[in-house]
Design a protein around this ligand. Structure first.
Ligand SMILES: Nc1ncnc2c1ncn2[C@@H]1O[C@H](COP(=O)(O)OP(=O)(O)OP(=O)(O)O)[C@@H](O)[C@H]1O
Ligand SMILES: [Mg+2]
Length: 267
């Protein structure tokens, strides 16, 4: 059965889109079929973070019923994705709350093991559409008190909507005294922490280049964290994961050529 996972946060800029893509790649490395969907239609970033500048189909086309969701996923290095349009005129006259109908249709064929919904932050219409659609929620948060408390507000709304399957990921961890540790966060949320991801500026570099960190630096601590998180989510032991990192290296080699042309294009 397809698992529909919402990548959600209280605050913006905590790393949801970065997480969605790299989780998708990590799950793909584990042999899972994944589609990552940009549900942040007002400020979409998914395609940019994947280094994709030209794409034929967007989530906005699906909302306008111009494209059937089943034919929408685009291939990027083995990870399927559906971008949202960056054209402002495409934000008008779309029914964001129809997301659930389209994702239900997409799941019917059981073509994918995971549908990953990259949400907008907070509790606006876009974020609510993701909460309405997903079966499981991964909250992305920095390990600081204000960011964590914002999540508890979203979690409360999600609970009222009938959700109980929550995971938490602590992102941009610097191990400073003012940060909450994983155990403290676990006690606060009364749910398990799916994983922690260190703060590393190479993530920002990879974002600027349009090459996900899992491809750009597959041996970095951040990439290993993504693999651990994917393994946790899929219920696979870490030792099996380390063998699969070789696959990630091969993909990196393949994308070496693309990296050069992407850098040239953006400069
Ligand atoms: N572990 C990390 N270490 C350092 N920088 C990171 C890390 N994870 C994400 N970032 C950076 O943080 C910035 C924001 O990330 P991202 O766009 O994924 O956040 P977001 O939650 O999707 O934002 P929004 O709420 O606006 O959609 C990006 O520049 C990204 O490179
Ligand atoms: Mg985002």
């Amino acid at each position: 059965m397809t698992r529909v996972i919402g990548i959600v946060s209280g605050k913006g800029g905590v790393g949801k889109t970065t997480f969605s893509i790299n989780l998708g790649i990590a799950l793909r490395n584990l042999g899972r079929k994944v589609v990552v969907i940009d549900c942040n239609v007002s400020t979409p970033h998914l395609a940019y973070y994947l280094g994709k500048e030209n794409y034929s189909v967007t989530l906005n086309d699906i909302f306008r019923e111009e494209v059937d969701v089943k034919f929408a996923p685009l291939d990027c290095g083995g990870v399927m994705f559906i971008p949202a349009s960056e054209d402002l005129k495409d934000v008008i006259n779309i029914d964001i709350l129809s997301l659930r109908t389209h994702i239900t249709k997409l799941c019917k064929g059981e073509e994918f093991d995971y549908v990953i919904l990259d949400s907008a932050p907070g509790l606006g219409r876009e974020a609510l559409s993701v909460l309405q659609t997903c079966d499981e929620i991964i909250f992305i948060t920095k390990p600081t008190i204000p960011t964590l408390t914002d999540i508890t507000r979203v979690a409360e709304v999600a609970s009222k909507m009938g959700h109980s399957n929550f995971h938490v990921v602590l992102n941009m961890v610097r191990n400073k005294n003012y940060e909450l540790r994983a155990l403290q966060a676990k006690n606060l949320f009364k749910t398990r922490i799916l994983g922690t991801i260190p703060f590393d500026e190479i993530v920002m570099d990879s974002t600027a280049l349009g090459i996900p960190i899992m491809w750009h630096k597959p041996d970095s601590k951040v990439s290993v964290s993504y693999l651990n998180i994917a393994a946790n989510l899929a219920g696979i032991k870490y030792r099996q994961v380390s063998k699969l990192r070789k696959f990630s290296k091969r993909v990196k080699k393949f994308f070496g050529g693309i990296k050069k042309s992407a850098t040239k294009f953006r400069s």
